[in-house]
Design a protein around this ligand. Structure first.
Ligand SMILES: [Zn+2]
Ligand SMILES: [Zn+2]
Length: 353
């Protein structure tokens, strides 16, 4: 039986530090499809900052929720309780869950197999309590069991960062031998490079910071080119001897978007993954004279998540993390804001492996 209270982080006010609390009530299952998970690791994503600043306040209130809220939408751990309808998961399973929860099942998106777009979705860490606490209730329909080879620390970043970039590569719809550029070698980019190599693509990675460029060149599936963005797009085009079939923007730097557009060949595909606060400027010539296709990419569905974690486990894809005890979230945040940090920062909620 789980305890009645737990420790965790609370966002009590926008733009204020998280409060570490030791007496948060352990949540109860809300539907017969839910499971209760003892959290091992909670990822910290750029989106967490958008929630903390109040930029996503409308998403919180849309589901009737208000602060306080437990942050983190990248949670992994072990199931301790299952609802009556849950068939594919059991107590003791090591699991991870996508942030989307409780899709309605009846709207046109749900009926077309696109529940990630369901307007009724709640999102844990955004509009319902997230993973930065010892226990979290999640919808089993958005939860998968994890391969035994995958540690919780490697698995947590896959729930958003990994799945977002994997989905972006699928959206780009490339064939083996074609070239993809991934702009931004951070949490998403360094995983995406390895997915792309495993898909048989030629990979150009671009970042303006040296630490992430150093990190990706040491990966087992290193990019074919790791380019310094500060040298400009002409340097990139010359170095790789041509342009690329598709570009994935794994950054929210607005300036990087024009670089990425120029790097993409005529009739190519430009996939937006980062979430800049301001509108993205795109000159009409890229659309009209160069016929680029511009798409976005939002997370994924549970089947594709399963496919992705299996690929990570089987190919030995490296998820570079640095972990912090949950009560040290402020240290994590200080490191997150250091310009030259590399890999993904996560909160260790328990000692479970
Ligand atoms: Zn729906
Ligand atoms: Zn995220």
């Amino acid at each position: 039986m789980p305890p009645s209270i737990m420790k965790g982080l609370l966002l009590t006010e926008f733009n204020k530090p998280y409060r570490f609390s030791t007496d948060i009530p352990v949540p109860k299952l809300e539907t017969e499809d839910d499971v209760l998970v003892k959290i091992a690791v909670a990822g910290y994503c750029h989106t967490e900052m958008m929630v903390q600043s109040g930029e996503w306040a409308d998403k919180i209130t849309a589901t009737g929720r208000s602060l306080p809220l437990i942050p983190s939408h990248e949670g992994v751990g072990t199931i301790v309780e299952v609802g009556a309808n849950v068939k594919h998961l059991k107590v003791g399973d090591r699991v991870g869950s996508l942030t989307m929860q409780h899709s309605c099942g009846t709207c046109s998106d749900c009926k077309q197999g696109l529940p990630k777009f369901c307007d009724k979705n709640e999102m844990y860490g955004v509009s319902r309590d997230g993973a930065a606490a010892e226990y979290m209730v999640v919808d089993s329909k958005w939860t998968i069991s994890l391969p035994s080879q995958l540690s919780f620390e490697s698995a947590a970043p896959l729930m958003c960062a990994g799945t977002t970039i994997y989905s972006g590569l699928k959206v780009a719809d490339l064939q083996p031998g074609q070239t993809v550029a991934i702009i931004g070698a951070g949490a998403l980019g360094h995983i995406g490079i390895q997915f792309a190599k495993c898909m048989g693509l030629k990979v150009v990675c671009v970042d303006a910071r040296q630490a992430p460029l150093d990190l990706v060149q040491k990966l087992k599936y290193a990019p074919d080119f790791a380019l310094d963005a500060t040298k400009g797009v002409d340097y990139a085009l010359k170095t790789i001897s041509g342009d690329v079939d598709a570009t994935l923007m794994a950054t929210d730097s607005l300036a990087a978007h024009e670089y990425g557009l120029q790097l993409t060949k005529k009739h190519g595909t430009f996939v937006i993954i980062g979430q800049p606060t301001d509108p993205i400027p795109i000159h009409y010539s890229h659309l009209i004279f160069r016929n680029l296709t511009i798409k976005g990419s939002l997370l994924t569905d549970p089947e594709t998540l399963k496919e992705m974690v299996t690929l990570v486990a089987e190919k030995g894809i490296e998820v570079k993390t640095r972990s912090y005890p949950i009560q040290d979230v402020e240290t994590l945040l200080q490191d997150y804001h250091k310009e030259n940090h590399a890999g993904k920062l996560v909160l260790r909620v328990s000692d479970d492996q």
